[in-house]
Design a protein around this ligand. Structure first.
Ligand code: GAL
Length: 452
């Protein structure tokens, strides 16, 4: 490989990335899904046995011949979504009007709204367990005494946007009504409530290996057609609604997601650990070329603030998500945020990189003399283009390290002198190389521009 090229995990130029079926099968660890995960592992084992015979001759079920080439042209998500989602902090427990309004107030009082976090998204468990007599979704009256619209209106009055969660299958992962067969009706309901963002999950969808399991572990699970149906329903609902696809990277969604949604989860659920976020980021490096204005790889909601990461790791978590152009959805109790976490989340220069109008995601580059990336393992050297320069990320993925590179080795740069500024330390400089001594799992993010 020549210097100045992006590197894939095999050490080839990046367009040689091999889409792996197993992005992170073992890290589907949200509290709500732990049980489902154990169940689903049985399907996984069955799949392994079945796939050898089925792989070549698999026939898609009928109904899949919708226009796959159609692009999502809803004008939304030109940059990755920034906001909040309640799921990573207690699962079902905070899907209530009270909790939503508390979050809205905190987004404002903590300065997060001003920093760009505009979406306030409520995840699973907001609905009543049954639809009403006309088949409409209804909010659980004990959680939303005045209904969803009253809360969405308040949230809008506060200058924020309001998001909700649902599912492409017959039930959500936590057992609330899914939209399968009700897509048009549900999209209209969402529009009438003033919903701005819809996360569409994939539990209880038909599986190629049979049945409608909580999660289908078959890489050929048939999600496309259901996401196309919801895309069309939302497009006809009469309100711009950002379409956030959540089918955990099935069917190599990163290769087709942009025609369907504004973002697509590319992994199973993030756990509150360094190894989980490192694994997700490592896989995202191989999907960078699929991110563009209107559609982004979604690396999942943040775990910062939830106690499983130290400050260095929190920096790397948000830093990696930002340069990978992932949506950044805070997933912790905002009333208990440490100042250090808040500072990371509000880092202006980092958010500007994530929100850069070019919308191109960073990926690995290999400085001369450094070992090649290894598939599935987080590599220290990242770079990507910006509308007005280049971003370089350095992450001490394997423990404390001095990470160094020459600008000439960075794609988009070259020999000569470059100006750089580092977003976390605020340090700046001009030169031909950088060397940074980092504590274990810490990260530095450099914006690099031509020296004048
Ligand atoms: C999972 C999803 C999580 C969360 C959860 C709710 O499928 O990946 O982000 O939404 O369902 O039940």
């Amino acid at each position: 490989m020549n210097s100045g090229e992006y590197a894939s995990a095999t050490g080839q130029a990046d367009n040689g990335y091999i889409c792996r079926w197993n992005v992170a099968e073992s890290s589907f660890l949200s509290p709500q899904n732990a049980k489902a995960h154990r169940k689903s592992m049985k399907h996984f084992v069955l799949f392994i046995a079945a796939s050898a015979i089925q792989n070549a001759g698999y026939a898609a079920p009928t109904g899949q011949d919708e226009p796959l080439t159609k692009r999502l042209e809803n004008g939304l998500g030109r940059t990755p979504a920034l906001g909040y989602n309640n799921w990573n902090n207690g699962g079902c427990t905070h899907a209530t009007a009270d909790a939503a309004l508390k979050v809205a107030n905190l987004l404002i009082s903590l300065g997060l709204k001003d920093a760009g976090y505009q979406y306030l998204n409520i995840d699973d468990c907001w609905a009543s367990k049954a639809r009403n007599s006309t088949g409409h979704l209804v909010a659980d009256p004990s959680k939303w005494p005045q209904g969803i619209k009253a809360v969405a209106d308040k949230v809008h009055d506060m200058g924020l946007k309001f998001g909700l969660y649902g599912d492409a299958g017959i039930m959500t992962c936590a057992g609330y009504p899914g939209s399968q067969g009700h897509e048009v009706q549900d999209a209209k309901t969402l529009a009438s409530w003033g919903i701005d963002y819809w996360k569409h999950d994939a539990c209880y969808l038909p599986c190629a290996t049979g049945g409608t399991p909580p999660q289908c572990w078959d890489s050929r699970s048939i999600t496309k057609e259901y996401y196309a149906t919801m895309r069309e329903a939302l497009a006809g609902a009469g309100r711009p609604i950002l379409f956030s696809m959540c089918q955990w990277g099935r069917d190599s969604v990163w290769t087709w997601g942009k025609d369907y949604g504004n973002s697509w989860r590319m992994s199973n659920d993030i756990a509150n650990t360094w190894s989980s976020l490192a694994e997700i980021a490592a896989n995202a490096a191989g999907m960078a070329q699929y991110a563009a204005p209107g559609g982004f790889n979604d690396l999942d909601m943040l775990q910062v603030g939830n106690g499983g990461l130290n400050e260095n790791e929190e920096r790397a978590h948000v830093g990696l998500w930002a340069i990978a152009k992932s949506p950044i959805l805070i997933g912790t109790d905002l009333s208990k945020l440490k100042q250090s976490t808040l500072n990371i989340l509000k880092n202006k220069a980092l958010i500007a990189i994530n929100q850069d109008s070019l919308g191109k995601a960073a990926t690995y580059f290999r400085p001369s003399g450094k070992p090649a990336p290894v598939n599935g393992r987080l590599y220290p050297y990242w770079a990507g283009p910006l509308s007005d320069g280049v971003v370089v990320g350095l992450v001490a993925s394997d423990g404390a390290a001095t990470l160094a590179f020459n600008f000439a080795d960075v794609p988009g740069l070259g020999s000569g002198s470059w100006n750089w500024s580092e977003v976390f330390t605020g340090t700046t400089g001009t030169g031909t190389s950088i060397s940074a001594a980092l504590a274990s799992h810490d990260m530095r993010v450099y914006k690099i521009t031509k020296a004048t």
